[in-house]
Design a protein around this ligand. Structure first.
Ligand code: NAD
Length: 551
């Protein structure tokens, strides 16, 4: 077979491979491309602009075929979405090793990347798209919920009730924003230029309503705010036009952020271009499109800064829109901070990050059982309990049932081992895969996002994600990936991912214990090294060995 077709991961316990690790990799690759999960499955695009799971359909078929025959002591090597070799390794080794979108420093820009992509030599792997652990919009939901909760705690007395948040981008990740805001009891006004993105979020219950116009959206927002009623409103349009318009109208906005695909100037709709013409224009005249997209982003960011000047809480939500606006010549682009230094870094110091798992059975009851296990394991963590309960009630599964929750060093391994025991005892009807976003505490170098404004100035040091990938390989992860350019675009990030399968065997338990200790351990040591006190105390309390702290 070759060419686009609907893909869906099999469910249940019948294997089409030689073991659960291979089966898990196969099902998660297929799950990433499930039309319920992927934003543009026909183009192999999972999320985040053009983040892909496989380079082309031939490569996809070759990976499926290879995984179906791969032995327990073999490892498939994937180079930017294409399987390039199978090597004999050993049973502790990962079954798949993935390197996506990596380019040598001086060549690490979109122009060169596009040239190589057009030659069929590479693909954009984003973060969890090319590493097969994307779980739909839920994947970002808890982080987004926690971020808005931190905004509420910092500025609004612990709740977003009675406030209006303005944002744009209702795509795979950005679509989590409206639900995260309403989960914090606030009102969200969300702009997107793609009518399908708005409809999809309403269908999946992430977004409540669609307004007919900007005035209508604002009227609905103000009414809900005055009644302290949570509500999310989608409005169709170009953010570069509507955000400045709202500023000019003196709209009573309390919080402003953005999650359009600004990291890739070919995925941000320029002013004056209709959405229907966007793809053709980007394909036919990428240089012109890029210039206009950047100029439009400058207008968008200028309006965000205007809202900040007027007293709103404004932050960059990890899409590099400030960097793009600066490239267009807007000199106040960095007037507002990124969300990591503003709200998330203390969590990273504790090794906390977006831990996630998916039930290979396909049975939502397995996720309900793991939810109960999490509540049982961490009874003292009230915000975690609130999240797990809300997620159980409000999160619509996309593809294989899955769950995300932020856990730290000393917690992830306990959860993983419990899940493995539950598979062994039959409490879960099939194995689960345990992974995480690359946006984690010790797995990314990204000076506009995860490592922005590090205490010691080490923002651009990229040794850490490389060490992270290597330690996960050495610890027994089932697949490990090393990517460039995810989240914020080419030249701006290097990051690693791991996925480990809980198949109920004693060996899996041993691997899980090591991987889920060492992986978040990288977050602790990275932040100790940068001089963060919280990380120092976590390392001391939880016995993380740091040679330079030993006499
Ligand atoms: P996506 O491509 O699925 O969605 C982007 C959306 O932006 C699309 O619906 C598109 O129609 C819309 N859009 C583009 N230009 C627009 C414009 N001018 N006006 C209004 N809407 C416009 O991308 P995604 O997966 O949702 O990711 C969004 C961004 O967030 C990316 O840059 C991604 O790298 C970044 N990201 C952030 C985090 C985080 O934790 N904050 C995590 C992952 C990704």
């Amino acid at each position: 077979m070759s060419g686009a077709r609907p893909v869906r991961a099999p469910r249940g316990t019948e294997l089409s491979t030689r073991g659960w690790q291979q089966e898990a990799a196969l099902r998660m690759l297929q799950n990433n491309l499930d039309p319920e999960v992927a934003e543009h499955p026909d183009k192999l695009v999972v999320y985040g602009g053009t983040g892909k799971a496989a380079r082309d359909w031939r490569s996809f078929d070759a990976m499926v075929r290879t995984l179906q025959t791969l032995k327990q002591d073999e490892t498939m090597l994937v180079q930017s979405g294409r399987p390039v070799g199978v090597m004999q390794t050993h049973e502790w080794a990962p079954r798949v090793l993935i390197a996506n979108s990596n380019l040598v420093g001086d060549w690490a820009n979109w122009e060169e990347f596009r040239r190589l992509e057009a030659l069929g030599l590479t693909m954009y792997g984003q973060m969890t798209a090319g590493s097969w652990i994307y779980i739909g919009t839920q994947g970002i939901l808890q982080g987004t919920y926690e971020t808005f909760a931190a905004v509420a705690a910092k500025k609004f007395g612990g709740t977003l009730a009675g406030t209006i948040t303005l944002t744009a981008g209702l795509g795979g990740m950005g679509g989590a924003q409206p639900l995260a805001v309403t989960m914090n009891d606030g009102v969200a006004l969300c702009i997107d230029c793609d009518p399908r993105a708005i409809e999809r979020r309403i269908e999946h219950r992430y977004l409540d309503v669609k307004a007919d116009s900007l005035d209508h959206a604002l009227q609905l927002a103000v009414e809900a705010r005055d009644a302290r009623r949570p509500l999310s409103i989608g409005v169709l349009g170009n953010a570069a036009e509507l955000v400045p318009q709202l500023l000019a109208m003196n709209a009573p906005i309390d919080i402003v952020t953005d999650q359009t695909s600004a990291h890739d100037p070919l995925a941000y709709l320029p002013l004056g271009v209709s959405f229907d013409d966007m793809a053709t224009y980007a394909a036919e005249n990428p240089a012109d499109f890029t210039t206009r997209a950047r100029e439009s982003m400058a207008k968008h960011v200028e309006a965000m800064v205007g809202f900040q000047d007027a007293g709103a809480e404004v932050f960059d939500y990890g899409n590099s829109i400030r960097g793009e606006a600066q490239l267009a010549g807007y000199d106040r682009a960095f007037a507002f901070p990124g969300f990591v230094p503003a709200y998330i870094r203390p969590l990273f110091c504790e090794g906390k990050g977006p831990f996630r798992w998916a039930a290979l059975s396909g049975d939502p009851k397995d996720i309900a059982a793991t939810d109960r296990a999490i509540l049982d394991l961490f009874p003292e963590n009230e915000s975690l309990a609130r999240w797990i309960k809300m997620a159980g009630e409000r999160v619509h599964f996309q593809g294989l049932p899955a769950r995300i929750c932020w856990l730290g060093y000393g917690e992830r391994d306990r959860a993983g081992e419990r899940f493995n025991d539950m598979v062994a005892s039959g409490e879960l009807s099939a194995p689960v895969v345990i992974g995480r976003d690359h946006l984690d505490c010790g797995s990314v170098a990204s000076p506009y996002r995860e490592t922005e404004a590090m205490l010691d100035g080490s923002d651009a040091i990229a040794d850490w994600p490389l060490l992270n990938a290597m330690v996960n390989v050495a610890s027994g992860a089932s697949w490990v990936s090393l990517h460039h350019g995810g989240g914020v675009g080419m030249g701006r990030s290097i990051h690693a991912g791991q996925v480990t399968v809980a198949d109920g065997t004693a060996l899996a338990g041993e691997k899980i214990r090591r991987v889920l200790t060492n992986d978040p351990g990288m977050g602790v040591i990275r932040h100790v090294d940068a001089g963060y006190d919280i990380a120092e105390s976590v390392a001391a309390e939880r016995d993380v060995r740091i040679p330079m702290r030993e006499q």
